[in-house]
Design a protein around this ligand. Structure first.
Ligand code: 2RA
Length: 332
C-alpha cells in the first residue's frame, strides 16, 4: 500500500541518502515531504522527474503523513518527533534521542525486525557502528550466544555529516598547498591522522560512541548481559566504517563454521581469501548496503573466541538504508 512520507533533515548527508534509497528500492509513496531548517526552506530538489520544495520543519509539518524518516539531530528529533506521532505518523528516528527508551524498538531488520510490532509511534535506528557490527555478528550469535565482544572501530568522517567530508577535503587541499589547516568538525586535524575520541568521555574513560555499542547491542540481541569493550576512532576515510571484532561465545565457533554461517547471513558478504589477499576494505563497501566480513580466525589467546574484520557504508546500511528497511517492515 502506498504511504505519505516525510524526510526530516532532508538536506544532510543521511537525509539525502534516504531519498536516494527510497528511489532505488522503489519505496511505494503517495506524498513525499522534504523538511529541513528555516535556512534551507524554499530550496528545490529534483527527484524521480518531480520538483520538490524543501519546507521548514515545524510541529505542524506532519498532517496526513504516515511515516517520518528522521535524519535530524537529537534536539530537533526530541522537539518534533512527539508532534509527528500526535499527528498520526510513525517516526523512524536516526538520532540517538530515543534509542534506549524501552517503549521505542531499536531495529536492525536482519537481526530483530520482529520488534517493530512493539512500537508506540517511534522506532529508533541504531548507531551506524552498532548496525554494522550486529549485522555481521547476527548468525554467529544465533549459532552460539555471544557473551563478550572486544571491538575497535575505524570510523569514516561522513559520521560527522557533510561537514566531516568537507573538512577532510579542505585539510588535504590546504596541506598540499602548504596552507594552515583548520580543525572545526573534529577536535584535531583528521587528514593523515587518527582521533581516538567520538563524543564525550564518561567517568570510566569511555566515549559516548563506545558505550552505544554495548547499550544498543544489548537491546538488539535481546541480551542484557552482553559485555562490550569498544574503542572508537575517527579515521581519514570518507564513507565506510571498519571494525575489528573479537567475540567470546557460549560454545566454540570454528573459523570454518563461522565462514559457513557468514556466507548465508542476510545483509552480509563474506570476503575471506587470504591466499589471494582478499578481505574487506572501506573503499569496497562504499555506496552499497552489504556488510563485508573477513579476516575470520580463531582468537589464539582465548577458548571459544573468534576474531574478524568488517566494513560497511555508514551513511547507507549504517543509517539511510536501515531506516528505509524498517519503513518497508511497517508497510508489509
Ligand atoms: C559518527 N556514529 O560516526 C557517529 C554518528 N554518525 O560520528
Amino acid at each position: 500500500k502506498k504511504v505519505n512520507i516525510a524526510i526530516l533533515g532532508a538536506t544532510g548527508a543521511v537525509g539525502q541518502e534516504m531519498l536516494k534509497v527510497i528511489g532505488e528500492r522503489n519505496f511505494p509513496f503517495n506524498e513525499l515531504k522534504l523538511l529541513a531548517s528555516k535556512k534551507s526552506a524554499g530550496e528545490e530538489v529534483e527527484f524521480q522527474g518531480e520538483k520538490y520544495i524543501i519546507e521548514e520543519a515545524t510541529e505542524d509539518s506532519f498532517k496526513d503523513i504516515d511515516i517520518v524518516l528522521c535524519a535530524a539531530e537529537n534536539h530537533i528529533s526530541e522537539a518534533l518527533s512527539p508532534a509527528a506521532v500526535k499527528a498520526g505518523a510513525v517516526v523512524i528516528d536516526n538520532s540517538s534521542a530515543f534509542r534506549l527508551n524501552e517503549d521505542v524498538p531499536l531495529i536492525v531488520p536482519e537481526v530483530n525486525g520482529e520488534d517493530v510490532k512493539n512500537h508506540k509511534g517511534i522506532i529508533a535506528n541504531p548507531n551506524c557502528s552498532t548496525i554494522i557490527a550486529m549485522t555481521a555478528l547476527n548468525e554467529l550469535n544465533k549459532y552460539a550466544k555471544i557473551n563478550r565482544m572486544i571491538v575497535s572501530t575505524y570510523q569514516a568522517v561522513s559520521g560527522a555529516g557533510v561537514n566531516g567530508i568537507n573538512e577532510l577535503n579542505q585539510q588535504i587541499e590546504d596541506l598540499s598547498k602548504g596552507n594552515p589547516v583548520e580543525a572545526k568538525t573534529f577536535q584535531y586535524q583528521i587528514a593523515y591522522n587518527l582521533i581516538p575520541q567520538i563524543g564525550d568521555f564518561d567517568d570510566e574513560g569511555y566515549s559516548q560512541e563506545e558505550m552505544k555499542m554495548q547499550n544498543e547491542g544489548r537491546r538488539i540481541f535481546h541480551n542484557p548481559d552482553l559485555k562490550v569493550n569498544c574503542t572508537c576512532v575517527r579515521v581519514p576515510v570518507y564513507r565506510s566504517h571498519s571494525e575489528s571484532i573479537t567475540i567470546e561465545t557460549e560454545k566454540e565457533i570454528t573459523p570454518e563454521k563461522a565462514k559457513e554461517l557468514l556466507a548465508k547471513s542476510e545483509g552480509v558478504k563474506l570476503i575471506d581469501d587470504l591466499a589471494n589477499k582478499k578481505y574487506p576494505m572501506p573503499l569496497d563497501t562504499t555506496d552499497q548496503d552489504l556488510i563485508y566480513v573477513g579476516r575470520i580466525r580463531k582468537d589464539i589467546t582465548n577458548d571459544n573466541s573468534l576474531s574478524l574484520w568488517c566494513c560497511g557504508d555508514q551513511v547507507r546500511k549504517g543509517a539511510a538504508t536501515n531506516a528505509v528497511q524498517i519503513a518497508e517492515l511497517l508497510i508489509k
